[in-house]
Design a protein around this ligand. Sequence first.
Ligand SMILES: [Zn+2]
Length: 460
Amino acid sequence: MTEDSKWMAFALELANEAGQSGEVPVGAVVVRNGVVVGKGRNGPVGHTDPTAHAELLALRDAAHNIGNYRLEDCTLYVTLEPCTMCAGAILNSRISRLVFGASEPKTGAAGSVHNVFLHTTINHQTSVLGGVMAEESKQLLQQFFKPKRMNLNPLREDALRPHDEWFEGLPDYPWRANYLSDVPELNGLRMHYLDEASTAEKNDQLTYLCLHGNPAWSYLYRKMIPTFVAAGHRVVAPDLIGFGKSDKFKKANQHSFEFHRNVLLAFIEKLNLEKVVLVVQDWGGILGLTLPMAMPNRFVGLLVMNTTITTGETPLSDGFISWRAWCKDNPDFDVGKLFARGNKHMSPEETHAYNRPFTDKGHRAALHAFPPMVPEHLNSPGADISRQAAAFWRNDWQGQSMMAIGLQDPVLGEPIMRNLQRNIRNCPEPMLLPQAGHFVQEHGQSIAEAAVQLFKVPHS
Ligand SMILES: [Zn+2]
């Protein structure tokens, strides 16, 4: 170990101590004639002092110990490239040599952002050496910033987490990621959701709660969200567990109707959503239409697109049975292609966005789980609660309703939707979209525009 490494190791110990006490881990020592004459560890929080950087504290300590404010013939070792303030102090103290560890690309004043030591007119005494034990210093800093983010949401053993980089550069999806995990119903899983335009003043704002189905995610609502937000409303759009940016079960049999319904109920309670317009399509409706009866006071409106309530009382449609069989025969089907088939106007990037949550094949369990999970018989899981829901919409629903139908949908198209319309109290004549297929939201802008005209904030 070189002389420089020896003293840098000492400074790293001080950095570590700083980190232990909750400060950004930076340490510094002043050495003269092979002896430590000053020590400092970063401490703005503990000292309630914005200038309490490791270097300044080490310089003060050294001057005090030596009994001289000039630190000629001294070397300052610091684990991180000094900021402008510390660089100035180092020059003023006439330190003869500066040795630092990791570079600081955002604030470094010894070459990274600028170089205070280059100005020969003010600096005729300090030589500079960077990069000594830089890796160790960097690791300390990374460890310090990392655990706080990770420990909040540890990943369950039987689950997978999609990688952030899978979702980089998505077209028309600029929204911030939000995560929920601290409700018992999620049992440690991390659920992603969009939450746009939430304001403290909730009285004049509706919340559009947008629920996607299989095999989609919140990306499906990108053409509707801007219209809702522009009209002054809040939009909340979760990704179901197994989809989008949410955690994924490893196995299909971990999914159940009841699990997803309970998670959605807990989600609404935890976010305390009020004056909700429920926006549903596909599984977003199969699950979502069972929610308002459990918390009717939270809901004021329903925007329902190509979906159904599956009570087990009538046979599943031929269209659905074909779809279910096709999924079984094609377990690795290309999700993006499925969306593109009925939406020729989508760009290749938009198409690919639907594949991104399933970048690794192991993440596809929900795709296998959902089609067989549609309640088929009277005693299928979810059928009973769906019958209660059907009765609620027929008899008890007090809110406003709007229906939009993509007419090209072979599975949940106009016949099924007309049937649903008759089962929703006061549901007006639907908006028909001749060019839209099952994924109606890909033509969603005109639907959203009609919705913001229709749904009004109730005055309490
Ligand atoms: Zn500093």
